[in-house]
Design a binder for this molecule. Sequence first.
Ligand code: NAP
Length: 244
Amino acid sequence: MSSRVVVITGGSRGLGAGIVQAFLDAGDVVATCSRSATPRTDAWAADPATAERFLFAPVDIVDVAAAQAFVAQVLERFGRIDVLVNNAGIARDGVIGLASDEDIDTVLDLNLKATFTMTRLVARRMLLAGSGRIVNISSIVGLSGYRGLSVYSATKAGLDGFSRSLARELGARGITVNSVAPGYLRTEMSHGLDESQLQQIARRTPAGRLGEPEDIAGVVLFLCSPAASFMTGQTLVVDGGLTA
Ligand code: NAP
């Protein structure tokens, strides 16, 4: 397969970095953004094996103009966008009665609104090209719920609905849209859970452990492969069997 141009939001660490690595390992061209660079983004930009086919931009995608400039920068450097992975997301813990307006806005603005913005900007190009793959990273808590994460869960359930509707809207134009709903991963996002909570989740998981970014990245890669060309509008749960 010739290399694709892949845009991944929030690829500086955690799951997003795992997805960047998987596409780079597959020989693809990867552009990613987050608010700050990290040693991993610096390494990809410096490594002769990836430097020519990797772009990192420090961008807050909640800022529509900045998101627009990032997409323009990717198009200017690489000429097209074949795959969009909407990965950047944020959680704010807390029972609903104590949720602040600021926390609610932060979670909605990134998880939903910025995903809509990025998708709108990239889908326009995919429509012109007559092909494309879009993957939205949701979460099992959007399906099963989690006490203290109601706002976050609502955004993740929203993303699954977004995938279904967009699949119907874009299917005839050669574009697939799917969600991947991970279980609990060992990333900075799960640092809010203490070690005993994490161990309890691992015990309740048939696979006997928490997920790693690679567990999820492989499924994202599959959804962007020719093998998945007839799959669209789906939510793939990747949780070691936790919600089975
Ligand atoms: P993470 O370690 O906190 O990483 C989040 C990434 O998004 C970082 O690269 C971060 O970089 C970037 N980001 C945050 N705000 C941004 C903004 N406004 N603009 C651009 N980039 C931004 O989280 P993660 O665990 O890898 O989660 C990745 C995705 O998986 C999220 O959608 C999350 O909801 C989902 N998920 C995670 C878990 C889990 O257990 N961890 C489970 C299910 C689903 P900066 O902070 O520098 O911007």
